[in-house]
Design a protein around this ligand. Sequence first.
Ligand code: ZN
Ligand code: ZN
Length: 413
Amino acid sequence: MTINVPRGTVDLFGKQLQLFNLIINTARDVMKVYCYDEIQTPIFEEYRLFERGVGETTDVVQKEMFIFGDDENRYVLRPELTAPVARFIVENTLNKQQDLIKLWYAGAAFRKERPQKGRQRQFHQIGIECVGADSPGCDVEVISVFESILQKLQIVTYKLYVNSIGCANCRKDYRNKIKEYYLPKLNKLCKDCNNRYERNVFRLLDCKVQSCRDERTDTPPMKSFLCRQCADFHKCVLDLLSKDGVKYIEDNFLFRGFDYYTRTVFEWRSSQLGAQSEISGGGHYDNLLADIGGDSLPGVGFACGVERLMILLENNNPLVPQKQLVYGIYVDEEQKDAIYSVISSVRAKGIPADMSFITKSVKSQMRQAGKQNAKYVCILGKDEADVGKIKIKNMSTGEEKLVEQNKIFDFLQ
Ligand SMILES: [Zn+2]
Ligand SMILES: [Zn+2]
């Protein structure tokens, strides 16, 4: 019986892993420009962190977490990384050392969901958290960071949606209004929405089920319920985005799944992703740090799905560079050690190089060079070896040259 990769997980290899690394490296470059420091937190945390941070009424905490340990020490595989980063800030009182805390992360997250395209049980996120300033400028900077990553990856098929969900004050009236609106419609809504009605009624607004979407058309927009401060803040965010040349669409139904968001929320979506159209999303949070026992500090962040970006890059024929591989070939067993020295000298210059250690014919070594997409092959036979030379062939042009063994680099460059 074979042992398979667990349901909802994948092995990353070859082209897929190249895309994965391209995304992480691109993000890393952008983070440097925006002055965010990298943070890596453990892949599991105390259960309480997400119960308090993400919110015990959310879908994620209610049914999507991998929980382990015993009653005394209950742990979960992290379902998201904002709460862990907030935990790190609180635990190390970073706000005592610096005014504005700017952190970014890349790592795996876990959710016990039914796997489908673009939705895995182990998936990867890149994200940032900007904590400490209650400024619309921070919200806009966070949005610009992800816009910049998309541009660097040359992804153009996306749209940015923005909304304000206000603060606890302005949401109180809105909650009542929404409950009133949906009460006579409950029998037309999906099972999830019926559950959400009591514990998290705002999630009814961004349910993806079509019949639920049909029912929401006449809902009053959150916008008209914003208090003065929240309305001013939102106007500032939108003005700054326009000034920054960021194109956005106002979406009154955008609420996001986590309890910690207040005021600005945003989401990038692409029609190329099908049902799971979200590439990235995030928002402003005023109470998260206090909720997990820290000082009351506002923050804002986004998290993007690396696997979703991979799907988009696959569709867009990405910019994974071709390998400049040099492949060493020996004609007889006697030249094996000598070709190994040549390969070593090429590697020492930082150029990828490989050879076969299994004694095979020149023909089958050539075939292997082709399989590995080698740009050059170096062929060493007795005749060449006797005079300290080696034959080099450029695989794309077919050009061949006999050169001194210590001069191969002139030909490679
Ligand atoms: Zn408000
Ligand atoms: Zn629904």
